[in-house]
Every structure is written in C-alpha cells, then in structure tokens.
Write a protein that binds this ligand. Structure first.
Ligand SMILES: C[S@@+](CC[C@H](N)C(=O)[O-])C[C@H]1O[C@@H](n2cnc3c(N)ncnc32)[C@H](O)[C@@H]1O
Length: 332
C-alpha cells in the first residue's frame, strides 16, 4: 500500500544553509576574477554566492540542483547575479553534467564543485521526509518529480532487498532484524512511524550515540536518489569539462561517498582509471600511463573544531581537491 503524500508546503523560514568548509573550498578551487565555475549542488547557494564574490566583477557560475525548490529560492535570493548573467541556474541531476554545461555554454571551466548530500532547508522541511526528527511523509526525493520515494521502498520491497540496502548503504549491522520487523509491521506513512519502528526493531536506544534510525534513513535516501551512481557518473564528466589547470572540489559526508571520490582521484592521478581522458593515448602508447589529474589533498580537509561547533552538520565533512593536468603536449 502506498502512503498518501501531502502537497509540498512552503519552505521553513529559518532554513539558512551555512556552507561547509567555505574558505577551504574557495582556496582549493583557486577562484580568481573572471573565473567560470560549475556548482553541481547549488542547495541554498552559499558556496555559489562566495564564488561569485571571489570571481567578481565578471566571473560566472552555473548552479545545478535536482531540487526545483533550491533553484527557486536561489533565483530569488541572488536575483541580481541572475539578472547580470553572472549566475545561470539549471534544474536537473548532476549525472547529466555535460549536457547541462553544453546547454548553457559552460565548457571549459576553471572549477567544479560538488557538496554532496542534503541541504538544511530540505532537512528542515517536514514534507520532504528527510528527517526522522520531524514528522512528514516518507519521501526523501531531491527531485519530487522522480518516481521512486522512500515509501515505495519501505512498503513494497521484499525483506531480502530491504535488508540488503540497509546493510549496504546504511552500513547498518542490524539490517536483517530491521528489515524483518519493517516487513511485518508495514505499511508506514510517516518518518516518525518508521523511526519508531526501527527503534523497536533494535530493542530501543540503549545509550546509542546516534538515533537507531540514522543509518536506515541514510540508506533509503541514497537509494531513492541513486546517490552513489550519480557520483560515479559525474566525476569523469567534471574532469572532461575542466580546462587544464582547472580544479575540482568534492565535499562528502559519509564513507561510501568518500571512498568513491578517493579511489577515482587516485586512479586518475595514476592514469589508470577505466574512462580516463587519456584512454586513447594509453592504448596507443601501450603500457605508458598518463595521469589526468594531480591530487592536491593527500588527506581530505576536515572542518576545524570551531566550524563543527558553529555548524554541527559539518562534522562528518571531508573535502578533496584535484587539479586537471594538460591532456596533450599542446595544452601545456
Ligand atoms: C549539501 S547541499 C549543497 C549546499 C550548498 N553548497 C550551499 O552552500 O548552500 C546539496 C544539494 O545538492 C542537491 N543534490 C544532491 N544530489 C544531487 C544530484 N544528483 N543532482 C543534482 N542535485 C543534487 C540537493 O538537492 C541539495 O540541494
């Protein structure tokens, strides 16, 4: 049975999103006057606004978000930059990055930013269903027009499939127990009902550091939005769009995402990524390897204790930065 979904309500008034690792992102992207940058995760527009300031007077940003509400809010808040054609907004998934960039004439670019995950206004809008602390429908879609919602997974998938996603994407050791309980007690219509059921399934909180539903909610959100596939697809596109010397900055919030970024960057830095920019040259050159990027963060950059105190959402953030190398002799 499908849960009823109430219409999406107005955004909460206090949904300000403090951009994470802002100074580090600006430095990492080396934003200069006149720079052209693609922000693949516009959100509340915090990073974009700072990039526009750092690239003044004529730098430009293409801001992409799957969530039409994010686009609408930033269009209003940064209306002057939009009117001056310094900010171009695009609603859509970042897995279609090259298509979006081509549609708006944004190639090549000096920088690409990905700040993954959920924004504050999404978390604080109960009707979006991202938060187990607020009662709302089991939704969790970044783009409300896409077909699959969290309710579909929780109420319709079989026990094995449910247990697998909770284990794989939530890294939840009690995935089987949770899946068994959910299948027995469903359907669930709201985030609060689901959180309560998960708590019962694992036998209460018993001094746990995080709410027992945290990992299951993460898993559902990742599946609903195909987050890991989207990330795997966007990285090579970002690299292709950068000019030589251009920078890529990626902020992740959990180990599954960070692992993908880390391994991809390492493979591109060694020149053995499967769809590296240099594939054809590698094939011609036999065993010769052609690194496509240089990693500028041996270890990921994490927020200072002060930032974590001021913005607890930043706690698990990790920033990795890489620079595109010239692809041919003529690029140098
Ligand atoms: C953490 S927020 C970004 C916050 C932003 N940097 C700021 O300073 O306000 C992440 C945003 O990325 C969007 N998003 C997540 N995955 C996406 C995808 N695959 N395609 C497009 N947008 C995505 C979400 O809708 C959300 O608004």
């Amino acid at each position: 049975m499908m849960a009823d979904r109430p219409p999406v309500a107005a955004d909460p008034p206090d949904a300000h999103h403090a951009p994470v690792l802002l100074a580090e992102v600006l430095k990492g992207l080396a934003v200069r006057a006149g720079a052209w940058v693609i922000d693949c995760t516009l959100g509340g527009g915090g990073h974009t606004e700072a990039i526009l300031a750092a690239s003044a007077p004529d730098g430009r940003v293409l801001g992409i978000d799957a969530d039409p509400a994010a686009i609408r809010r930033v269009a209003e808040r940064l209306a002057d930059a939009v009117a001056a054609s310094r900010l171009v907004l695009h609603q859509g998934p970042f897995e279609l990055l090259e298509e979006a960039a081509a549609a708006h004439g944004f190639a090549p670019v000096d920088g690409v930013l990905l700040d993954l995950g959920v924004s504050s206004f999404q978390l604080q809008t109960p009707e979006r269903g991202f938060s187990f602390g607020l009662t709302g429908p089991l939704d969790m879609r970044f783009d409300p027009a896409q077909p699959l919602s969290a309710a579909d997974i929780v109420n319709e998938w079989d026990e094995q499939a449910l247990a697998d996603v909770i284990y794989r994407y939530g890294e939840e050791p009690k995935s089987r127990r949770i899946a068994r309980y959910l299948v027995k007690h469903r359907p669930f219509a709201t985030t609060a009902q689901l959180a309560e059921a998960i708590e019962k399934a694992v036998g209460g909180r018993r001094g746990a550091r995080i709410h027992p539903a945290t990992r299951t909610f993460q898993a559902l959100r990742i599946v609903v939005n195909r987050e890991l596939q989207q990330l795997e697809r966007v990285l090579p596109q970002a690299l292709r769009l950068l000019r030589p010397g251009g920078r890529l900055a990626v902020i992740t919030f959990h180990s599954l995402e960070d692992r993908i970024v880390k391994h991809w960057m390492l493979a591109e830095a060694r020149g053995d990524a499967p769809d590296s920019n240099r594939m054809e040259e590698r094939m011609e050159g036999g065993s010769q390897r052609w690194p496509a990027l240089r990693i500028l963060t041996k270890k990921p950059i994490t927020p200072t204790a002060e930032e974590m105190r001021l913005n607890p959402r930043s706690r698990s953030a990790k920033l990795r930065i890489a620079e595109k190398l010239p692809t041919t002799q003529s690029d140098t």
